[in-house]
Design a protein around this ligand. Structure first.
Ligand code: PMP
Length: 417
C-alpha cells in the first residue's frame, strides 16, 4: 500500500532498540508485540536512566530547601514545566500544572473552576465518546450544584454529530468537555472548530488530550482550549506525572482544588490565602522525579518530531485497517479513513468474546486490551459491552500488525472449529 507522506519515515528499528522491554520474548521464543500504548506506553532507555539519575543525583523536596540539592531539584522541576509549556505551545509555563494524570487534571477543573462557575440548572456538554474521566467528574459536579449534562451524540461512523452540537449550544452551556482523540473509536475530533463554536456560545472548553498529546503536535492556543489535560505515562514518561494546562486568567480566578503545604500564602487557624498559580494547584509534595522525567520524554519525542510520530501512526493505522478489514466477521469501530483517526483500532470479532480474543493473542505474545475501555456510553451506542483494542506508538511496525492478524485468525480457528 502506498500512502503519501510529507515527512521522512521513522527509523523504527533504531527507536525499537531504545526500548529494552521490546527485546523480550516469551517462553515460546515469540518476541513481545506491544499494542496497548493507549493504556500506557513503554519507556525508552533515556527515560529509564533519567529516573535512576534523578534519584542518584538530584533527589530532594522542592521549593522549600535552602541547600544546593533542593535548589537543583527545584530548578529541574521548573525546567520540566518550561518543556511542557513549549511542547503544547502554552503562552506561559505558569499555565501548566503538574498533576498525577488526566483524571486528576479534569477533577481539578470540575472542582476548582466548576464549583465556582457552574450553578443550578446550568448545562454541561460532554460527548457520547468520552472516557469516564471526562464524564464522571462532571457528573459529580452536576450532582453537587444541580447542573444538567447532555452529550453530543456519535454517528454510526464514530464521529460527533455537529448538528446536534449546534442545537446543544443554543441552550448556552457553561462548559463543553470533549476528548481530542477517542481512546476507543480512535476518532480525531475537530476540537478547534468545537472550541470556536463553544466560545461563541459563551462556554468554557475543557479538552481531554490523553490520547492526543502523546501522538500529534498539540497547540493549545491554536485549538482554543481553555483547559487541556494529559498523562505523562502515555507519552513515554513514568506513571505519576500528568499535566493540566489552563489559560492564565481562568486559573488565576480559581480557588484551590486540594489544600495543604505549598499552595498557601498565609495560614491562620481559621483561614488561609492562596499562593500564585501554578503553586496554588500543586498542594503537597509533587511527583518531582516523574515530572522531571516527563521533560526527558518530551525531549525524546521532540527529537523524533511530533509530525513524524503522527504520520508513522497514521500509516500503521491505515495498514491495520486494511489488514483487519480482510478478516471475515471482524468489525471496526470508528472512521474507516486513517487520516480521521489516531493510532487506535477497536474491533469486534463476531462470535468471540473480546477477552477470549485478547487471551489467545496473549498466547502469541501480542499484548492488546479487551473491555469497555472506560467508554461504557460509547459501547452502548454501538450495542456492544466490550471490544478488543490494538493501539500503536513510535515503536510499532507493520510486522506487529501482521502478528496481530495471525493471532486473530488463530482465535477464529479455535472458536470456529
Ligand atoms: N482520557 C482518555 C481519552 C484516556 O484514554 C485515558 C486513559 N485510558 C484517560 C482519560 C485517563 O488517563 P489516566 O488514567 O492517565 O488518568
Amino acid at each position: 500500500m502506498t500512502i503519501e507522506r510529507s515527512t521522512p519515515p521513522l527509523d523504527v528499528g533504531a527507536i525499537r532498540a531504545d526500548f529494552p522491554i521490546l527485546a523480550s520474548s516469551d517462553a515460546r521464543d515469540q518476541r513481545l508485540v506491544y499494542l496497548d500504548s493507549a493504556a500506557s506506553s513503554q519507556k525508552p532507555r533515556a527515560v529509564i536512566e533519567a529516573i535512576d539519575d534523578y534519584y542518584r543525583e538530584s533527589n530532594a523536596n522542592i521549593h522549600r530547601g535552602v541547600y544546593a540539592l533542593s535548589e537543583r531539584a527545584t530548578a529541574r522541576y521548573e525546567e520540566a514545566r518550561h518543556l511542557v509549556a513549549d511542547f503544547i505551545n502554552a503562552e506561559s509555563p505558569r499555565e501548566c500544572i503538574f498533576v498525577r494524570n488526566t483524571t486528576e487534571a479534569i477533577n481539578l477543573v470540575a472542582n476548582a473552576w466548576g464549583r465556582r462557575n457552574v450553578h443550578q440548572g446550568d448545562l454541561i456538554v460532554v460527548t457520547e465518546m468520552e472516557h469516564h474521566s471526562n464524564l464522571v467528574p462532571w457528573q459529580l459536579l452536576a450532582e453537587q450544584v444541580g447542573a444538567r449534562i447532555e452529550a453530543i451524540p456519535v454517528t454510526p461512523d464514530g464521529v460527533l454529530d455537529l448538528d446536534a452540537y449546534a442545537r446543544l449550544l443554543a441552550q448556552e452551556p457553561k462548559v463543553v468537555a470533549v476528548g481530542h482523540v477517542s481512546n476507543s473509536a480512535g476518532t480525531i475530533n475537530p476540537v478547534a472548530e468545537i472550541a470556536r463554536q463553544a466560545k461563541a456560545a459563551g462556554a468554557v472548553v475543557v479538552v481531554d488530550g490523553a490520547q492526543a498529546a502523546p501522538h500529534l503536535a498539540v497547540d493549545v492556543q491554536a485549538l482554543g482550549a481553555d483547559f487541556y489535560a494529559f498523562s505523562g505515562h502515555k507519552m513515554l514518561a513514568p506513571m505519576g506525572a500528568g499535566v493540566l494546562y489552563g489559560r492564565l486568567p481562568l486559573l488565576e480566578a480559581m480557588p484551590p482544588f486540594l489544600g495543604g503545604g505549598g499552595m498557601i500564602r498565609k495560614v491562620e487557624i481559621g483561614r488561609s490565602t492562596w499562593a500564585d498559580v501554578p503553586a496554588r494547584f500543586e498542594a503537597g509534595t509533587p511527583a518531582v522525579g516523574d515530572a522531571i522525567v516527563l521533560g526527558v520524554a518530551i525531549e525524546y519525542l521532540k527529537r523524533i518530531g511530533m509530525d513524524r510520530v503522527r504520520e508513522h501512526e497514521r500509516d500503521l493505522t491505515a495498514y491495520g485497517l486494511a489488514r483487519l478489514g480482510e478478516i471475515a466477521g471482524l468489525s471496526i469501530l470508528g472512521p474507516r479513513n486513517a487520516d480521521a483517526r489516531g493510532g487506535v483500532i477497536s474491533f469486534d470479532v463476531a462470535g468471540i468474546h473480546p477477552h477470549d480474543v485478547a487471551a489467545i493473542l496473549d498466547g502469541h505474545n501480542v499484548a492488546v486490551r479487551a473491555g469497555h475501555h472506560c467508554c461504557q456510553p460509547l459501547m452502548r451506542r454501538f450495542g456492544l459491552t466490550a471490544t478488543t483494542r490494538a493501539s500503536f506508538y513510535v515503536y510499532n511496525e507493520p510486522d506487529d500488525v501482521d502478528r496481530l492478524v495471525e493471532g486473530i485468525l488463530d482465535a477464529k480457528r479455535i472458536f470456529e472449529a
